[in-house]
Design a binder for this molecule. Structure first.
Ligand code: SF4
Ligand code: SF4
Length: 238
């Protein structure tokens, strides 16, 4: 009978104007605890390295990081990235160097959020946010172009009408990139080896394993249970 409950959720959504589901898992947990209806609209806390909707980053001076090299498109297993580079105008360059990303598109009907594109990018131009609450009712909306992907003058992602951003969520745009040590060498853990970002400067490195462990230990409550923040930290660093 459990599947009938799923159909019920689908039928309830028919005819509603809201394109984004807001009955999140966090909300359902609140409901079980008999909280108010407004408390239903709560997202569960996500791991810091969650692979969500992408952004194209800019340097602190506003220049675009993408150099149009197409490595991200080449490595993408779903073949959902389309990039075309072009020569910079020497008098008014878009990015440092010779070329910039002239066309950049990601088809979210294909993307599997593996983040191989992030790993492949030599300039940290493409990274991901933690936003996973977005949906489309037509193919055009599902293909994000450079207009949607490039961060604004404040370094934050642009908000599309069908995306459900909450305050502060748009600040987490490069966690996975900063979590990986160069070549996987443990001696690079905690060493800053990335460029600054528009609006944020050079972001700090993720906590080392020892720091994360001691933080988790400190979060063990007196009755022996682990607080949610300690659980989150633990899931991030293992
Ligand atoms: S996350 Fe994976 S599937 Fe999505 S665009 Fe990047 S490489 Fe392609
Ligand atoms: S996002 Fe990175 S890998 Fe992709 S074209 Fe731009 S610079 Fe190259």
């Amino acid at each position: 009978m459990g599947y009938l409950g799923g159909f019920l959720v689908t039928f309830r959504q028919h005819g509603r104007k809201n394109r984004v589901t807001t009955q999140y898992s966090g909300g359902r947990l609140f409901k079980r605890k008999k909280r108010s209806a407004s408390a239903m609209d709560v997202k569960v806390e996500k791991p810091e390295r969650l692979h969500g909707r992408h952004v194209l980053n800019r340097y602190e001076d506003g220049m675009e990081k993408c150099i149009g090299c197409e490595l991200c498109a080449a490595v993408c297993p779903a073949k959902c990235i389309h990039v075309r580079g072009a020569d910079n105008d020497p008098d008014n360059p878009t990015s440092p160097g010779e070329r910039f990303g002239w066309i950049y598109e990601i088809n979210y009907l294909r993307c599997i959020h593996c983040d191989l594109c992030v790993e492949a990018c030599p300039t940290e131009a493409i990274t991901e946010t933690k936003l996973f609450e977005f949906s489309f009712t037509n193919r055009k909306d599902a293909i994000y172009t450079k207009n949607e992907l490039l961060v604004g003058d404040d370094g934050k992602p642009r908000h599309m009408p069908w995306e459900d951003w909450r305050p502060g969520e748009d600040q987490h745009t490069s966690a996975w990139m900063r979590a990986t040590a160069s070549a996987g060498d443990a001696s690079f853990v905690g060493v800053v080896s990335w460029a600054g970002e528009r609006g944020y400067g050079v972001r700090a490195a993720e906590a080392t394993q020892a720091e994360a462990d001691s933080s988790a230990d400190a979060s063990i409550t007196s009755d022996g249970t682990t607080s949610s923040s300690a659980q989150t930290k633990s899931s991030v660093t293992h």
